[in-house]
Design a protein around this ligand. Structure first.
Ligand SMILES: NC(=O)C1=CN([C@@H]2O[C@H](COP(=O)(O)OP(=O)(O)OC[C@H]3O[C@@H](n4cnc5c(N)ncnc54)[C@H](O)[C@@H]3O)[C@@H](O)[C@H]2O)[C@@H](O)CC1
Ligand SMILES: [K+]
Length: 510
């Protein structure tokens, strides 16, 4: 599990070490970690460090200091290193160390920004040390011109390797907000702890691969601000039947999805739930959709009953419900049932406050905007996309439900503030039907959840939602290897990942 902290919390935890005169030691650890990661990436790209060209962008603070020390080490291994000083001041000792290894320096100005950008684009690697946790607001002035040139080249596939020092310059380390421009990276080498701003919003999209260097802050860090589940965290959350199980004890999922207008959503939600593994799936909806469900998934038990008429462990309601009043009523009843429930798509429109954390709302940014407005909050979509953590937490607190906010990094927020961010998905998953499969996966995890009550902390349902996002993202990424992703074809991938994560052993017969 990745534990993330705000930039503010990391700075607070560094304070006692700085007061004890250990700032230089921390900086050397950070710089060495940055150097080693940059050296490995550079070697992977061009075979060796010797003879490569490296541009280091150095701001006035310690972030620039880290980057200059790291570049000095690359210069010592034979890289031709140039420091672009983005401010009138630079970390004096680090600059001296860089020059001592033969590094050249030049001051960035408005008038030379275009020429310097051209030179930076021609380098093999750029180390971004303009701003770190001490930065406020996006990049400004000539640093902004340089960043925009590099970002544009990236879109054209012509950018050098960009390695961000601690965080991409211009990203807010607490939230992932970018006010204006930040420099997009291939790799972010972050120090002491992963910053929350690398896991959400524009910051997550800018960070590329994230590597964390331990600089010895451990005991000072306190409670994390956010988490990211790794594959090894999922095993205990996935349904594995025991020999003592029967279909009911494994977990029954009720799916009230689809309508005459949108039958496909019900097929995809049901298929994904079955692929994740449930004891039984009970479908409630129009007879025409039920017939399609039974043709695609003969094991599903279908009816047009009301929610109160059937016995299940969890619900999925909303995908493809459209304007179907019966399905909307089932969604309201599922929310009121006291059982865990995934409330997706059209059903999010019938949400009212007073829910409990086992109700998981799964909006995208547009649906979250409408939900928050219906609750009297002043929200617009662009603002939610700029600062998704804030709004996911706000919606959870206002409704009492857990909120799974879908996006490039998908966030799961508990009403008490616990937060998970998952980024396994491929952009190919941004396609109609994707949310329906995610609902089905999450519904299956809720229906088969065996976590003892004593171990269900306040963030339990956010964790399950994050596990579903992880599974869904990985299934999509696997499928994308064969071309554009069709959510209706994800089922074999989901099944394969569940098998792999639970290390299912199959009896062999002779
Ligand atoms: N404090 C510590 O113990 C350690 C800090 N480390 C590094 O130090 C960084 C934090 O260093 P600092 O506190 O010096 O801060 P930064 O290096 O992040 O930069 C802050 C400086 O930039 C200026 N600035 C702020 N926003 C700006 C903007 N939008 N445009 C232009 N200039 C702007 C500020 O006036 C300030 O001088 C971390 O990110 C990390 O890289 C590491 O060396 C590890 C140890
Ligand atoms: K940086």
């Amino acid at each position: 599990m990745i534990r993330a902290y705000t930039g503010t919390a990391v700075r607070r935890s560094e304070a006692p070490l700085l007061a004890a005169g250990r700032g230089g030691e921390l900086m050397q650890r950070a710089a060495y970690g940055l150097y080693a990661a940059a050296a490995a990436s550079l070697t992977a790209r061009r075979g060796r460090i010797y003879g490569s060209s490296v541009t280091v962008l150095a701001g006035s603070g310690n972030n620039g200091g880290d980057a200059l020390y790291a570049a000095a080490r690359l210069a010592r291994r034979g890289a031709a290193a140039t420091a672009v000083l983005t401010s009138a001041a630079a970390h004096p000792e680090a600059l001296a160390a860089f020059r001592a290894q033969g590094g050249k320096t030049l001051a960035l100005t408005e008038s030379n920004a275009a020429a310097v950008s051209g030179a930076a684009l021609a380098a093999d690697a750029v180390l971004d040390g303009v701003l770190g946790t001490g930065g406020s607001g996006g990049l400004r002035g000539p640093a902004r011109i340089l960043a925009e040139a590099l970002n544009t080249a990236r879109l054209q596939g012509k950018a050098p390797l960009v390695v961000a020092c601690d965080l991409p310059s211009g990203v807010d380390a607490d939230s992932g907000r970018v006010a204006g421009t930040c420099l997009q990276a291939d790799l972010t080498v972050t120090f002491g702890a992963v910053k929350t701003g690398l896991l959400a919003g524009p910051g997550a999209a800018a960070a590329g691969e994230i590597r964390c260097i331990d600089i010895g802050l451990g005991p000072h860090l306190g409670t994390p601000d956010a988490y990211r589940l790794q594959a090894e965290d999922l095993a205990g959350l996935l349904p594995v039947p025991t020999p003592a199980d029967q279909k009911y004890s494994r977990g029954v999922l009720g799916v009230a999805a689809g309508s005459e207008t949108y039958p496909g959503a019900a097929l995809m939600a049901a298929g994904a739930a079955l692929a994740t593994g449930v004891g039984m799936l009970r479908y409630l909806g129009p007879a025409t959709v039920a017939r399609l469900i039974n043709l695609a998934h003969p094991e599903a038990v279908c009816s047009s009953d009301a929610v109160a008429d059937i016995h299940v462990q969890a619900w999925v309601a909303g995908p493809g419900a459209g304007k179907d009043e019966d399905q909307r009523r089932r969604a309201r009843d599922a929310m009121a049932s006291g059982l865990p429930a995934v409330i997706d798509a059209d059903a999010i429109g019938v949400v009212a406050p007073g829910l409990h954390p086992a109700v998981i709302l799964t909006p995208h940014a547009g649906e979250l905007t409408a939900l928050l407005r219906s609750l009297g909050e002043d929200a617009d979509r662009a603002e939610i996309e700029a600062d998704p953590i804030r709004y996911a937490r706000l919606a959870a607190a206002r409704t009492g439900a857990t909120v799974l906010l879908k996006g490039w990094a998908t966030l799961a927020a508990a009403p008490t503030g616990e937060l998970y961010s998952q980024a396994e998905a491929t952009p190919w998953l941004a396609t109609a039907g994707s949310g329906d499969t995610l609902s089905g996966i999450l519904g299956a995890l809720l229906a088969t959840d065996r976590t003892p009550d004593s171990e269900r902390g306040p963030g339990h349902y956010a964790r399950l939602a994050a596990a579903a996002a992880h599974l869904h993202g990985r299934a999509g990424t696997l499928a994308a290897a064969d071309g554009p992703v069709q959510p209706s074809l994800l089922e074999p991938r989901i099944r394969a990942i569940v098998a792999n994560l639970t290390k299912q052993s199959h009896r062999k017969f002779k």
